[in-house]
Design a protein around this ligand. Sequence first.
Ligand code: EPU
Length: 337
Amino acid sequence: MESQRNISLKPYNTFGIEAKANYFLKIKTVNELRSFLSNHAAQTPLLVLGGGSNLLFTRDFPGVVLKINIEGIQVIRKDNDYVWVKAGAGENWHQFVLYCIEKELGGIENLSLIPGTVGAAPMQNIGAYGVEIKDVFESLEAVEILTGKVHTFDNKACRFGYRESVFKLELKDQFIITSVVFKLSKTHQVNTSYGAIEATLQEKGIAQPTIRDVSDAVISVRQSKLPDPAVIGNAGSFFKNPVITASQYAHIQAEYENVPGYELPDGGVKVPAGWLIEKCGWKGKKIGEVGVHKMQALVLVNYGNAKGEDVKKLAFDILKSVTDKFNIELTPEVNLI
Ligand code: EPU
């Protein structure tokens, strides 16, 4: 288990940004991780990488970058209705979704084609098309950085919220997720409530979709709207969708009758950040090597040789114009390093 020096992180982030890691180490087992931690000086900065699909490098990383490559998928329990599947943190998320579909296990088909790894998925409670990981999440194992001890977190302990978990809040930078257990259904009721998914299934004439049909529909919707990181660097949605008050929403509605919004149980309204950004005139804009995707204004892109600072500047310019026009402050969804 040798660490490498001065490694380019460009292949390890979907934005395709050049940045160097002082030290870089691939971790294949929990024991390797624990042995690394037992020798790791607490004052040396540590960055844990999964698929690198939700971060933006704005500088070289002065400490150790750990790439978590812990693999393995196994069924650990079954009953008449459910199957509990455990997956290593380093498994590719989409490949894991396909594995479950192959085994006819339902619950994560709406999360098809999300870039990243299994271990990173609970960090931000990934979600798409009406489903979030918390809906099928049973538990995870994580190693405490300070002590090397393995802890188990159940659904409640993870404190999942919208693109949020305890690992982004109180326990930030304290644990490294090594495996996740999902409770998947053998008799799954598919969720096709999301407009674009329903429309795609209808177009194909599918009235009673299987989990594979839903996965295929999700894949085609994503491919039509979101840039493929293998072709154009990006990290998916750059900002979270903001929640505003009902009166703020009414104020926007007075000017834009068709402003989309989803009422939440607490009375707040979630407004698509993509809509706000588009209304500020950013959609499809290209500025040097960076830009705003032409099909989805919430996605910032690297056309090839952008620096992290260029993307960050664009993000802050967008943030400022949304604040100026709508008095709504967007929060980045992507982690800035
Ligand atoms: N919209 C616009 N212009 C745009 C983009 C969106 O007007 O350029 C409006 C449209 O009214 C559209 C609505 O926003 O109907 C919603 O757009 P979309 O269905 O694309 O979803 P989103 O709210 O922009 C969220 C997630 C995505 C996820 C989709 C589908 C966040 C931050 N993003 O985007 O997640 O795939 O819903 O469920 O919640 C990601 O996290 O990286 C990600 C891609």
